[in-house]
Design a protein around this ligand. Structure first.
Ligand code: SF4
Length: 317
């Protein structure tokens, strides 16, 4: 780290998505979750039936989604909720979050996306998916949409370590993520990578090496979630049988690891999330006292204590 170089990110000390969005779009942009009824190849039998060991889609599906409404009806319900919770939001994007939202017949995908974009309050789409569910035809179509709409493609990388990906039954390699990210970026799409920190089999070194590997990819933003044990998952079964077999990050350990990771991450990459919070009714472990809203300020405080910032230990070579 060059002690003479001032932190380029102000008080936050990292390249925050929220700041970028306010500058780019003139105010807050909120995502409205929709459940379009897709599945994923790791659940429907194409790759597997059990899914990834950590996954229970109910843990990140908002309570206002009943699953029986049309996409338009879900957007209306979500907007009603979000307008009360976040008054002053400038724009809204439909967020296809649960399962793999580019997995299905092309015409069905298109009909879902276009129904969402036809909603008068919606300015774009955020689409979450697996890297092995992104054929060129879908990327070409999304690239075309991105000329007139905000399109964010969220690709679940989860780990940069193939042994870990196999251990959690992910069903794809890191090379698949590299391939999907590169093909999307070649078309001008903004890619957000989704990463889980603390998966079984990761070491501190392997996770910090992930910062280096992701920095070399053409991703626009990164969402980092810490591993939590969610009811109804294979990971929960393993944890209940033997908690020591599923080591979980403690609060202080996680903050320190995130600071180490952020120091090694390219300053070009926006940080959209630095943690997550599963509803208490769904979560088994870890038992933190820290709320999600406290995590980002604690990371900033740790970076400030170190006199460091995003990318201060990043090397492009
Ligand atoms: S995390 Fe995604 S890919 Fe894995 S089982 Fe869940 S929906 Fe499927």
């Amino acid at each position: 780290m060059n002690e003479q170089t001032p932190c380029p990110f102000g008080e936050r000390r990292y390249n925050a998505w929220n700041d970028h969005v306010k500058t780019r779009y003139g105010g807050r942009v909120q995502k409205v979750s929709v459940a379009a009824g897709f599945t994923c190849p790791n659940r429907d039998g194409l790759l597997g039936k059990g899914g990834c060991t950590f996954c229970n889609n109910a843990s990140f599906t908002p309570g206002y989604l009943t699953g029986s409404q049309s996409i338009t009806g879900q957007l209306d319900a979500g907007l009603d909720f979000l307008r009360r919770r976040y008054p002053g939001t400038q724009r809204y994007m439909a967020y296809f979050q649960s399962y793999s939202n580019t997995y299905g017949e092309f015409e069905r995908l298109r009909a879902c996306y276009e129904e969402a974009l036809a909603h008068p309050a919606i300015s774009g789409l955020a689409i979450g998916t697996r890297p092995d569910c992104l054929p060129d035809a879908v990327l070409d179509y999304l690239a075309e949409l991105s000329r007139s709409q905000i399109i964010e493609l969220e690709i679940g990388v989860e780990s940069c370590n193939d042994a870990v990906l196999a251990h959690v039954n992910r069903g794809h390699s890191f090379a698949a993520s590299v391939d999907a990210i590169e093909r999307a970026a070649q078309r001008g799409l903004d890619v957000t990578a989704h990463l889980l920190l603390g998966l079984p089999g990761e070491s501190t070194d392997s996770m910090l090496d992930g910062a280096r590997r992701l920095s070399g990819l053409p991703i626009h933003a990164l969402k980092i979630h810490q591993l939590q044990v969610v009811r109804g998952t294979l990971l929960a079964r393993d944890w209940q049988r033997n908690p020591e077999a599923v080591p979980l990050l403690g609060e202080e350990e996680c903050i320190s690891l995130l600071a180490d990771f952020i120091e090694r991450l390219s300053p070009r990459i926006l940080l959209q999330r630095v943690g997550s919070e599963v509803p208490p009714s769904q979560k088994l472990a870890p038992d933190w006292n820290l709320r999600l809203s406290e995590l980002a300020p604690r990371i900033t405080a740790e970076l400030a204590r170190r006199g460091s910032w995003q990318g201060c230990r990043y090397s492009a070579t």
